[in-house]
Write a protein that binds this ligand. Structure first.
Ligand code: SF4
Ligand code: SF4
Ligand code: SF4
Ligand code: SF4
Length: 590
């Protein structure tokens, strides 16, 4: 009764939560066009899109992505073997346990008519799948708290996911172990099923179970004589073997039973098997009911995100479906941090300690924004700063293991905020490559406005930037400004630059202009030179610094190993720092 009521309550909560979460995919508004599309139109457009995809050649793409990326998770494997192993163990083990153990009445029994959870191979498989999940959880804890994978942040949801899975697994193993040692469980089975009444026979069977099954008896202790054991074995074969295989096959439970057997009688008297059963069942039901709100929801959403992104194309898919996909993507993020690890603009965090600079951390803020929740001016400013610092370089999108089109997400949020006229501060890369590609769409929305604002903010502090003539002298005529650049050890590599100009040659921004020096001022190799001379303001005054896409081409190609892009970024940070110190109130600087 308790089991049924708890199951139904958690199922009802799960279904209601699922309906609510799915409805947000059609209600949340991200992007310029999304606000104008009604929820119903998005819903029907999604149905139409799904049907037209299923009945087209795109079904092959869906199948391929389903096998390679959803089931085998190749995208994760490409990035990090340990993470892939962790994911496969937890997800594979959990799904198999769910089907074979939790849903045994519906799935396992339908396949094997003579199924008993206490015979093989089920007993062995249950422990094997449980052990897979536990090893996966151990790897997750190791990566997060011991290995401390860079830029992988831990939030309450990450902790909850680890704890709930650990409780379900450990309570399951301890439940199995405590039932093995519990004498009352053994006694109940004998009374109900054996039909034995002869004291000698009962003693022989009990001796066999104490020796072979780990039962801790208050009446008998080994060693037992051969004759009793042989009789017990025969009785076991005739009365119990049909439903009970040797417990050693349940290696995790049996190993634990051996460890706890010295306190086996106390465990039984304290009715620990019943308590553990309640803990195990309730943890499963809590996990189920809360699943749509937890990180584990990505079991569904990340698969949907991968599938949707594999068949949707910008410019071809309907804006309604793109808006829906983007809302779904907010739920698909697993908070793995891979995107933050590869993000091109993370160096900005050294000066602007705003977590929204990290793509993995931006998702939660954007979800709040998309939900229409009232956000404070400070929160909006942080989101604005995070999405505007982003250069839309595409790196995060390429590596995201659940296929979220992050670049599109950032772009849409940035343009939405610009359109709404939310406060902007120090827009460092307004002419990112991606934004350039989108110029036709954004021209009517003041394409150059953020650029002008940012430059004006800097120009107030840097006299050289005000000069009309952008071709600045390279001779150190401004020696009074030469105060050393105080860059990090990494960025200080500019000192070994020998002026080969490779960085400038490979730079896509430089290549974009017929007369790059006129448009950009100092070119990358010249900025390295200016940095070497300590001409900070000369470097700040170069448009190149602000137009850099952080594509890292220059850095990758430099024969001297100069961290060209990092130098450019640190110079930007220095300029920003100077402006922030002079223009912001102390409380606004973080
Ligand atoms: S697109 Fe933006 S968030 Fe993504 S890696 Fe590039 S700079 Fe970072
Ligand atoms: S956006 Fe993708 S890469 Fe970034 S944390 Fe989320 S799932 Fe990981
Ligand atoms: S490629 Fe390297 S060595 Fe050559 S000019 Fe650029 S920074 Fe200097
Ligand atoms: S990172 Fe280097 S190559 Fe790329 S745009 Fe900036 S200066 Fe040019």
């Amino acid at each position: 009764m308790f089991l049924k009521v708890s199951l139904y309550i958690s199922l009802i909560i799960f279904v209601l939560a699922l309906i609510y979460k799915v409805s947000t995919w059609f209600r949340y508004k991200i992007g310029i066009g999304a606000t104008e599309i009604p929820t119903a139109a998005r819903f029907f457009s999604a149905i139409k899109g799904i049907l037209s995809t299923i009945f087209s050649a795109k079904i092959l793409t869906l199948l391929k992505v389903f096998v390679l990326d959803v089931l085998l998770q190749f995208r994760i494997l490409r990035e990090d073997f340990l993470r892939w192993l962790m994911h496969i163990l937890i997800y594979g083990g959990f799904i198999l346990l769910l089907l074979m153990h939790a849903l045994d009445k519906y799935v396992t029994v339908a396949i094997w008519k003579n199924y008993y959870s206490t015979i093989n191979p089920f007993m062995f498989l249950r422990d094997l799948f449980g052990a897979l999940v536990i090893v996966g959880v151990i790897i997750a804890i190791y990566r997060r708290f011991i290995l401390k994978v860079p830029r992988m942040f831990t939030n309450a949801m990450d902790i909850y996911a680890i704890i709930i899975v650990a409780i379900i697994m450990l309570s399951g193993i301890f439940l199995e172990a405590s039932k093995m040692v519990a004498y009352s469980d053994y006694k109940r089975m004998v009374d109900e099923y054996s039909g034995l009444s002869d004291p000698q026979e009962l003693k022989a069977l009990e001796a066999h179970w104490v020796k072979e099954f780990g039962t801790v008896s208050p009446n008998l202790k080994g060693p037992f004589d051969e004759k009793t054991l042989a009789q017990g074995k025969d009785l076991h074969q005739s009365s119990c073997a049909e439903c009970h295989a040797r417990p050693q096959w349940a290696f995790a439970g049996y190993g634990t039973a051996k460890v706890i057997s010295p306190i086996g009688l106390g465990i039984d008297q304290a009715r620990l098997p019943s308590i553990l059963w309640y803990i195990h069942i309730l943890a499963c039901f809590v996990g189920l009911a809360y699943l749509p709100f937890s990180k584990m929801f990505h079991i569904f959403t990340s698969a949907l995100s991968l599938l949707a992104n594999s068949v949707m194309e910008k410019g071809k898919s309907s804006p309604a479906n793109i808006a829906t996909r983007q809302a779904l993507e907010l739920d698909a993020c697993t908070h793995c941090g891979t995107c933050s690890l590869r993000c091109s603009v993370i160096m900005a965090f050294e000066e602007i300690t705003n977590m929204n600079i990290f793509p993995s951390e931006k998702i939660a803020s954007i979800k709040a924004l998309a939900s229409g929740k009232e956000l404070s001016a400070g929160q909006l400013k942080h989101i604005q700063e995070g999405v505007t610092l982003c250069t839309n370089c595409y790196r995060c999108t390429v590596v995201c293991p659940v296929g979220i089109n992050l670049q599109d997400l950032w772009f849409n949020i940035r343009e939405t905020l610009l359109q709404k006229g939310y406060p902007e501060f120090l827009v460092l890369s307004p002419l990112s490559f991606y934004r350039g590609l989108m110029k036709e769409e954004t021209v009517q929305r003041d394409y150059e406005k953020p650029l002008i604002q940012a430059r004006e903010a800097i120009a107030v502090q840097c006299d050289l930037m005000k000069k009309k003539d952008k071709v600045l002298p390279l001779t150190p005529t401004n020696r009074k400004l030469q105060s050393g650049l105080n860059l990090s050890a990494q960025a200080k590599t500019f000192s070994v630059c020998f002026g080969c100009q490779t960085c400038t040659t490979v730079c896509p921004v430089v290549g974009n202009y017929e007369n790059p020096q006129e448009a950009l001022g100092l070119l990358p190799h010249q900025i390295m030179h200016a940095a070497g001379l300590g001409l900070r303001d000369l470097a700040f005054g170069s448009n190149m610094l602000w137009d850099c896409l952080t594509c890292y081409q220059c850095q990758e190609q430099c024969p001297q190993g100069v961290h060209v892009t990092d130098v450019l970024y640190e110079l930007k940070n220095l300029a920003v720092k100077r402006v922030r110190e002079k223009t912001l109130q102390p409380t606004e600087r973080k």
